[in-house]
Design a protein around this ligand. Structure first.
Ligand code: BTN
Length: 321
């Protein structure tokens, strides 16, 4: 009901309690209660004795009513769980997926107390500064090809950043998103699979939207940035998130239908890694070389300094100056 009332308010300058009560066959008191609920989640709604209710400001919380409003997707974001504070959205999404939640279900938090990144790193997630989201995917994929999922998400992220801000981000293999040489967003892909079947994937994305450098932990202050730091003004998290869900649906459905080729080409167009001299840390060895390509599976091909060709499945890559 709350979303239906909100839709009426968004589509008209003023709407009377009587009109809403009639339209939804509930009492004017019930309407008034819903209006107060909307106010509590951040909508500014004026009430006037003659004209009725007027929506004067949207909420800046990433609540389902706001994100779903005229959201042009069929799968991604059709179901959204919103939390003010949680340890990690990955944990909740994993539980929902285990219980059978449908593909595209999103878990979004305003703040994470134990946000995690790749290789058990911490992901700073201050209240209402960034977008912290985990999305359940159920692709028909061999475990060997899981690396393609974060590459796809990387393409969706750079497109959403471009569309929302006009900035030009790049992707460092496999999936760190950079602006002016600083990391602005990261992707964490957690998988539930057995030896030959992927049961589900929890795709986690963390984006520093209005995060001030001062709010970041000192280990990352010098290497991280945010959309607002780069734009010089605040960025609407709602607009950005809606753009992200639409872009993700576009690249993901192309991938599901046609395979990785097209997304692989798009990834190439945005990447900052191929052609660069890099240091690779695969968790066991650290070695140097030149990144020369990604193959049709999404693995990184490098030429090491001793002229060997190596195919990298998973590693941390540092670009050499
Ligand atoms: C990385 O760059 O290491 C990946 C960072 C991923 C962070 C996101 S925020 C939403 C989701 N919940 C988490 O705990 N982590 C991911």
């Amino acid at each position: 009901m709350r979303d239906l009332i909100l839709k009426e308010l968004k589509n008209q300058d003023h709407v009377s309690g009587e009109h809403l009560a009639k339209k939804f066959s509930i009492s004017r008191t019930a309407i008034w209660k819903h209006i107060n609920e909307l106010r509590k989640v951040g909508y500014e709604i004026e009430s006037h004795p003659h004209y009725g209710y007027a929506l004067v400001k949207n909420t800046d919380l990433l609540i389902p009513e706001e994100i779903n409003f005229e959201l042009n997707t069929n799968v991604i974001g059709k179901r959204i769980m919103h939390l003010n504070e949680i340890d990690s959205t990955q944990n909740i999404a994993d539980k929902l997926a285990r219980d059978g939640a449908e593909e595209g279900t999103c878990v979004i938090a305003e703040k994470q107390t134990s946000g995690r990144g790749r290789r058990s790193r911490n992901w700073a997630s201050p209240f209402k500064d960034g977008v912290y989201i985990s999305i359940i995917l159920r692709p028909n994929l061999k475990p060997l090809h899981i690396i393609q999922i974060p590459l796809i998400a990387g393409v969706a992220l750079v497109k959403a950043i471009e569309k929302t801000t006009g900035l030009t981000p790049s992707i460092k293999w496999p999936n760190d998103i950079f602006l002016s040489g600083h990391k602005v967003a990261g992707i964490l892909t957690e998988v539930n699979c057995d030896i030959d079947t992927v049961h589900y994937i929890v795709l986690g994305m963390g984006i520093n939207v209005n995060t001030r450098k001062a709010a970041l932990p000192k280990e990352v202050k010098d290497i991280a940035t945010s959309l607002s730091e780069e734009c010089g003004h605040e960025v609407s998290r709602v607009d950005f998130l809606k753009n992200l869900l639409v872009e993700l649906e576009t690249v993901y459905s192309d991938f599901v239908t046609n395979g990785f080729e097209n997304t692989g080409k798009q990834w190439m167009a945005y990447n900052n890694t191929i052609g660069s001299n890099i240091t690779v840390n695969d968790g066991q060895n650290v070695f140097e070389g030149k990144a020369v390509d990604i193959d049709e599976d999404g693995f990184l091909i490098i030429q090491t300094d001793d002229h060997q060709t190596q195919r990298i499945i998973s590693a941390d890559v540092t670009l050499k100056k």
